[in-house]
Design a protein around this ligand. Structure first.
Ligand code: PHE
Ligand code: ZN
Length: 877
């Protein structure tokens, strides 16, 4: 352990920056051995800080070597500056001055993938959140916004493409024959949006004409062997640009917009001004190598990063506690965009399912934090599902409370009022309030209170008056540092059905409608619906109108009714999930108690109707058929018995498969899409239902089904079908599963993104010797510890492997801990993310819980990065 442990910083301690940087001029002399960075910072004291004498403190990194520093072109003598804990401190300055710094870095040795680093044969950067300080000394905070001019000097033979933010304004040669390119970005921006790329890259060009008839040059750069896989991303970009004009009135501002794909990247993608950098897994797509899910992900992420140009770049965050200001809003924007491009209900089900599985688990664990955290040790740990996904739910609730028109007025006001500024979540809410007249004072608590509220509903019906009463309570459980909670403002969208499933009109507070939005603001409230002739079935929380856990004691017949007849497509799915959860809970208990499974599943009838109704959207049918995942059932359980959950799911799936074998076989054949692959909503829907049907049919162990899996694997013309067949073979323990895995690798070994899928699936293959398999994968030539995608594939796949990861002897946990320790210093961000499964230790069944805790303690005894230290120490606290 270290002598002194990293300490937290607090939102309440925020103060404005004592200095400003009006202009930033950077020169990069790129080279394989060392890169020399020269900065000229046009600085002045910030009048708003009220400090006229304080020293200048610049952020740096331990690997940044300072060669020299000058003030107004006079070299500073050593006694006038010092370096302490990665900071460059200059004792005395004028009120206005130019600071010049020359620093040396070694991008080729940068394994953290923050700052300037090498990926394959290129140089690239990643500066969010605090990566810029690993390039040179700077005021690396988002409220310091500056106009950047960047000069890149490199050998043109090796780096013919040299890019930075903004427009290329100059190009020439040095005396030594190197190429010099100068870029200028006219929009002031914080350092986290800076980007530089240099490499031997191929480019795809296109043009987008904006609503005001300006032509924008669009460019996507990749290594030459990948340039045939960017057409889909380019089309997605143009759709995003059009959508942002139409739906938010936002037009692109520079004359050029560039995207670069890199193989080594810690996250999905980055919205650097005018020069987005993408993890190649989130950009490249081709029918043969990319699944439907990945196509949709590419489209969503291209949109997300593009949308940041307004929600993030033109209006940015004052400090990193406000991260959700840009992320929550931008996720909401990309979710709505994807819904508009495809199916609103399907998109909503997918997003909510993810939220309820992963964000709810985070909000119930030791890392639970408010959407606007009050403190952190390492900001990189706060790019979380809470900040992103729950943050997007908050914006969605504002949309629900204001209505579409006033929400748009609020968004317009926000962009107009704060263009060019670094602002807070309060500013966002104030714009929404001012434009709409809606009071969001209590609503604001959603930003500061962690934990998932539990909303409990009970009802009564008064035959005499025809009045239906809902009593609704809310309660948010304690989370770290927040033992008690206040009531939140929760919009609850409700419809009422009669026993035949017909929508009923009712009156609430003088409004008659088939649907009402209840404003739940107290810890307990009663809502009275009148004008009813019989007790209705309530359809509660339609469209998942708030990120809460809903408790209402539905009967099985009510759930079956909602599942088949509710006007709200989302709640039809939700009812089916609830029914499956109810049945699975019983089965899980049987497994824990060591009883033989016994169940007469009520889902059979419901599923039979769905499988026979050709008027339904096949994508929705597939979603309704998908049983709650192992991860979601684990989130609901306390304590978690991983093996019992797995067996219970398997049992229910087999029961359903046997009861409906003919239906699954028929549906499988009916939805076989013919012809060339297209990533359209319609084709994707057919493929998803077909493959869902196959996954059931194969559980009957019929020879025909086994054969169908194998044939689909061999003969598909697209990765969705091929990979579905392979996954089905692996999960159903098909006789040929291992043979197929081997054949798949042989076929795709030259396509790294496909190899990643193979690594993931291989690591998830359940068996007694799963750990040996995973160790073998990490020693395989296809593996590379420096590449986050590969690490995530293998260890992510292993994390889903119940037999391997949760093995009783604790060897799975021990292995993961070893990898965390190995990566802790090399790549702290990735190491920290690998800790997530271990943060759930308190909820695990007792024997496993102790084994996991032992590993957490072992990690804790190491010399840890801030990133890993924060997660592990909070998990043990
Ligand atoms: N800001 C990026 C996004 O959400 C995510 C990101 C964060 C990427 C930090 C890299 C590093 O669009
Ligand atoms: Zn984002």
């Amino acid at each position: 352990m270290k002598e002194s442990q990293p300490s937290a910083i607090f939102l309440k301690d925020y103060t404005v920056p004592p200095f400003l940087i009006d202009k930033t001029e950077l020169t990069f002399e790129l080279d394989e051995a060392v890169t020399i960075v020269t900065s000229r910072l046009h600085m002045r004291r910030n009048p708003a800080s009220g400090k006229s004498t304080c020293p200048l403190v610049l952020d740096g990194g331990e690997e940044v070597k300072l060669v020299g520093v000058a003030m107004d072109d006079y070299p500073l003598p050593p006694e006038e500056y010092r370096i302490s804990e990665d900071k460059l401190i200059i004792t005395a300055t004028a009120d206005e001055f130019i600071l010049t710094c020359e620093t040396v870095i070694e991008p080729q040795n940068n394994t953290r993938l923050e700052g300037l680093y090498r990926s394959s044969s290129m140089f690239c950067t990643q500066c969010e959140a605090e990566g810029f300080r690993h390039i040179t000394y700077y005021l690396d905070r988002p409220d310091v916004m500056s106009v950047f001019t960047t000069t890149i000097i490199a050998d043109e033979a090796r780096y013919p493409v040299m890019l930075s933010n903004g427009n290329e304004v100059e190009r020439g040669k040095t005396d030594e024959g190197k190429t010099v390119v100068v870029w200028h970005d006219p929009f002031p921006k914080p350092a986290y949006l800076f980007a530089l790329v240099a490499g031997d890259l191929a480019v795809k060009n296109d043009v987008f004409t904006t609503q005001s008839k300006r032509d924008i040059k669009l460019q996507i750069f990749t290594e030459s062997h990948n340039i045939d896989k960017v057409d889909y991303a380019m089309e997605a970009l143009k759709r995003s640009m059009r959508w942002d004009e139409q739906v938010y009135g936002r037009e692109y501002d520079l004359d050029i917009f560039m995207i670069v794909a890199v193989d080594d990247f810690n996250m999905g993608a980055m919205e650097n001004k005018g020069l987005n950098i993408f993890n190649s897994s989130c950009l490249l797509a081709s029918p043969e190598t990319t699944t439907d899910d990945s196509y949709l992900r590419v489209e969503a992420i291209v949109a997300h990063e593009y949308f940041h140009n307004w929600s993030g770049n033109r209006v940015t965050c004052r400090d990193w506690f406000q991260l959700s200001l840009k992320e929550g809003f931008t996720v909401f924007r990309d979710q709505t965009f994807s819904a508009d491009m495809h199916s609103e209900t399907v998109k909503r089900v997918e997003d909510v399912s993810f939220l309820k599985t992963a964000q709810f688990a985070e909000d119930a664990g030791p890392m639970a934090h408010p959407v606007r955290p009050a403190s952190f040790i390492e900001i990189a740990n706060f790019y979380t599902l809470t900040v992103y996904e729950k943050g997007a739910e908050i914006v969605r609730m504002i949309h629900t409370l204001l209505g579409a028109e006033k929400f748009r007025a609020g968004s317009d006001l926000y962009f107009e009022r704060h263009d060019g500024q670094a602002v807070t979540c309060d500013d966002f809410l104030a714009a929404m309030e001012d434009a709409s007249g809606v009071d969001l004072a209590q609503f604001k608590r959603w930003y500061s209170q962690a934990g998932t509220p539990i909303v409990t509903v009970t009802d009564t019906f008064d035959e005499e008056t025809g009045t239906y009463r809902l009593t609704i309570t809310q309660d948010t459980p304690p989370t770290p540092a927040q033992p008690t909670k206040l009531p939140l403002h929760i919009p609850v969208r409700v419809g009422l059905l009669d026993k035949q499933g017909q929508a009923l009109s009712s009156e609430l507070n003088g409004t008659t409608s088939e649907e009402h939005v209840l404003q739940l603001t107290d810890s307990e409230q009663v809502f009275e619906f009148s004008g009813l002739s019989a007790c209705p079935v309530p359809s509660l929380l339609r469209g998942f109108s708030a990120p809460v856990k809903l408790r209402y004691d539905y009967s099985t017949s009510d759930l079956l009714l909602l599942m088949s007849a509710d006007a709200d497509g989302f709640n039809r799915w939700s009812a089916a999930q609830q029914l499956a959860v109810n049945e699975l809970s019983g089965l899980i208990k049987q497994a824990i108690d060591g009883q033989a499974f016994a169940l007469d599943s009520q889902l059979v009838e419901g599923f039979k109707v769905l499988l026979g109704d050709s008027s339904l959207d096949p994508a929705m049918v597939a979603l309704i058929l998908s049983l709650p995942s192992q991860a979601y059932l684990s989130e609901l359980a306390n304590p978690i018995y991983p093996a019992a959950i797995k067996e219970a799911r398997q049992y229910l799936k087999t029961q359903l498969a046997n009861a409906l074998r003919g239906d699954f076989e028929r549906v499988y054949h009916e939805h076989n899409v013919q012809g060339a692959y297209q990533a359209t909503a319609k084709d994707i829907a057919h493929r998803s239902l077909k493959n869902m049907a196959l996954s059931y049919w194969v559980e009957t162990k019929e020879a025909g089904a086994q054969q169908a899996v194998f044939e689909q694997f061999q003969s598909s013309n697209n990765m969705t079908d091929q990979f579905s067949a392979l996954s089905i073979a692996v999960t159903s323990q098909h006789d040929k599963a291992s043979e197929m895995l081997a054949a798949f690798y042989d076929q795709w070994q030259t396509e790294p993104l496909v190899v990643n899928k193979w690594l993931m699936l291989s690591a998830s293959q359940e068996s007694d010797h799963a750990l040996e398999t995973v160790k073998g994968l990490m020693a395989h030539p296809a593996f590379d510890l420096k590449n986050p995608n590969k690490v995530r594939s293998v260890l992510g796949g292993f994390g889903q492997n119940v037999a391997g990861f949760h093995k009783e002897d604790g060897s799975g946990y021990h292995f993961l801990a070893d990898q965390i320790i190995l990566l802790n210093k090399r790549n702290p961000q990735i190491a920290s993310r690998l800790c997530t499964p271990l943060t759930r230790w308190r909820k695990l069944q007792p024997e496993l819980s102790l084994k996991m805790k032992t590993e957490l303690e072992r990690i804790m005894s190491e010399d840890l990065s801030k990133d890993v230290y924060e997660v592990i120490s909070k998990s043990l606290a």
